[in-house]
Design a protein around this ligand. Structure first.
Ligand code: SF4
Ligand code: SF4
Ligand code: SF4
Length: 123
């Protein structure tokens, strides 16, 4: 939490067909071609929070003061969390095809579950 000065990495999968980018009404979310990261343009974001609702990994957060949202931006291609991880558990590498398939299936599964839950809540 910002107020307590505690920093933790919150993973964004930088999804291939990023649902957060698809739902953004003002196209504030897009992929950076150099780093392959999905980024939020804070100058364009209107703080509607639709991206938060759709993200299956809870990777987007609200900046209460600025009234916009933010998330992992891969630190412009040089992830600080990887540098600071003293056990080497975090690594920044090209995504193997096998891992990409896994991400696709997991994302589809989570979005499917979220859609079912929404249908149950809305009569
Ligand atoms: S914020 Fe969520 S939906 Fe968007 S790219 Fe990251 S993990 Fe995927
Ligand atoms: S909160 Fe910002 S980035 Fe997210 S969907 Fe709304 S305008 Fe787009
Ligand atoms: S890459 Fe940067 S923004 Fe993303 S989780 Fe790691 S430290 Fe945070």
């Amino acid at each position: 939490m910002d107020s307590e000065g505690v920093d933790v990495p919150v993973g964004c999968f930088h999804c291939e067909d990023a649902p957060c980018a698809l739902v953004c009404p003002v196209r504030a979310i897009a992929r950076n071609r150099e780093t392959d990261a999905i980024l939020i343009d804070s100058d364009v974001c209107i703080g509607c929070k639709q991206c938060i609702t759709i993200c299956p990994f809870a990777a987007i957060h609200v900046d209460i003061e600025k009234r916009i949202v933010y998330k992992c931006d891969l630190c412009q291609g040089e992830p600080e969390c990887v540098k600071w991880c003293f056990t080497g558990a975090l690594q920044y590498t090209a995504t193997p095809e096998k891992s990409l398939d896994f991400k696709r299936r997991q994302t589809a599964l989570l979005i499917g579950r979220a859609t079912q839950t929404t249908r149950k809540l809305v009569p």
